[in-house]
Write a protein that binds this ligand. Structure first.
Ligand code: AMP
Length: 420
């Protein structure tokens, strides 16, 4: 499909061409037509899939083609809520870029900086407002913003919003929106709590659109598996992190509390690491990430949602300290190493109670993760037989792993893989 096949205004197609986009991404192909028809959309897509243009282009089309429903110009007609100021700035910049040949103006508001320039931008008659929840509620309370003329509401990265504790703020904002509106709800994952939130925001029968993330290039990633019990995981982690090759390691835990605990225990062992998760302030997250990118912090301990925005090249090790309970997450995690053609190692720790997760992961990737043979703190519980890889749940394979395609590099001298 070409952009020209989508019924978008010429001015928007020109802007897209100037951006250098040749064809719509899958989420754009799927979401743009229903948004143009005025339907509510429940979108399962993560950053990097082109989801911003998937909602910004049809919204700009609708705002430009239709006069304000309120009959009054100068009021905000579209509200986009985002979890972080970086995302707000990015989404705002996208509306500006795609709308450069239209009259639509965008204002961006987020916390942590002075509100005066933001209020001034609002007074300039912005029709699109991109905001983080806290600052938006502040400005509403101060009567600088009214949501009474909103025609389209977008909730972006809903799962990250919940992870960062914004649920009450979201509910307060939604309560202030006109009932008669179009709503677009985007989230990278769709667990039950996100679906229930979506049910309270969207009208009945929204259009569901989903895209799978780009397949990870797992060929370049050496995967290893260690059976280790919970209380021994720190000792094993220290063992791997002490190897000279582990110069930039990303460690995944299932919970925020777990991430903090790992960082504390590593410090006791003389290894400097920092945690990154939804309970950390924006400043703390930025500092941790900058330290990791700059090579000052050799270890970053992250939860999945917080790690999503991390785009750091040359991560030497991805360590699954806890196995994820959603098997697709394993692929997202290990895809963070082996980028830009560099080789990386992905090590997974599996405690006895995590063996069902391992089974699901191996069924999804359709391969057995090579078991390391010798390593300290090895579980004394006998290792399970490799699982039958025929999946009982039909799932779409996200990656093709070559049988035996993971054996390019040794684990740094300590481990030897058992022949399979
Ligand atoms: P997003 O998922 O919205 O954060 O977009 C990810 C990146 O893809 C951004 O840098 C966009 O500029 C870019 N992008 C969005 N749509 C397209 C497209 N159709 N073709 C090429 N690049 C795109």
């Amino acid at each position: 499909m070409k952009f020209q096949d989508l019924p978008l205004l010429r001015s928007l197609l020109d802007a897209v061409e100037q951006e250098g986009y040749e064809q719509p991404t899958p989420i754009q192909e799927k979401a743009i037509p229903p948004v143009l028809e005025g339907r509510d959309v429940l979108g399962c897509a993560q950053t990097g899939t082109g989801k911003t243009a998937a909602f910004a282009l049809p919204i700009l089309h609708l705002l430009t083609s239709n006069p304000p429903r309120s009959g009054r110009s100068g009021l905000v007609r579209t509200l986009v809520l985002t979890p972080t100021r970086e995302l707000a700035a990015q989404v705002g910049a996208s509306f500006d870029a795609y709308g450069r040949h239209t009259q639509t103006r965008t204002a961006i508001i987020f916390g942590g900086v002075g509100q005066v320039p933001q209020v001034r931008a609002l007074r300039g008659g912005a029709e699109v407002l991109v905001a983080t929840p806290g600052r938006l509620l502040d400005l509403i309370n101060q009567k600088h913003v009214s949501l009474s003329a909103i025609e389209i509401f977008v909730l972006d990265e809903a799962d990250r919003m919940l992870d960062m504790g914004f649920i009450h703020d979201i509910r307060k904002v939604v309560a202030l929106l006109p009932k008669n509106r179009q709503s677009l709800f985007f989230s990278a994952t769709m667990p039950d709590d996100i679906r229930s939130l979506a049910d309270t925001i969207l009208r009945e029968n929204p259009v569901f659109v989903a895209v799978t993330p780009p397949a990870a290039t797992v060929d370049l990633i050496e995967q290893q598996l260690c059976f280790v019990e919970k209380q021994e995981k720190i000792g094993l982690l220290v063992h791997f992190l002490q190897q000279p090759s582990a110069n930039r390691s990303l460690v995944f835990t299932r919970t925020k509390h777990g991430a903090d605990k790992v960082v504390q225990k590593l410090r006791k062992a003389g290894i400097f690491g920092q945690a990154i998760h939804g309970n950390k302030s924006q400043g703390a997250r930025t500092r941790a990430l900058d330290g990791f990118k700059g090579g000052i912090t050799p270890v970053l301990v992250a939860t999945d949602i917080a790690a999503r925005g991390i785009d750091v090249e040359e991560i030497s090790h991805v360590i699954n300290f806890d196995l994820p309970n959603e098997p697709e997450t394993y692929i997202h995690r290990i895809g963070r190493t082996g980028r830009a053609g560099t080789q990386g190692i992905a090590i997974a720790f599996c405690a006895t109670d995590e063996r069902p997760y391992l089974r699901d992961i191996e069924k999804l990737i359709k391969t057995h993760i090579p078991r390391l043979d010798e390593y300290p703190h090895r579980s004394t519980v006998p290792a399970p037989e490799p699982t039958d890889l025929r999946s009982s749940r039909p799932r779409q394979p996200l990656v093709q792993t070559k049988p035996g395609g993971n054996r390019r590099r040794s684990s740094g001298g300590q481990g030897r893989r058992r022949p399979r």
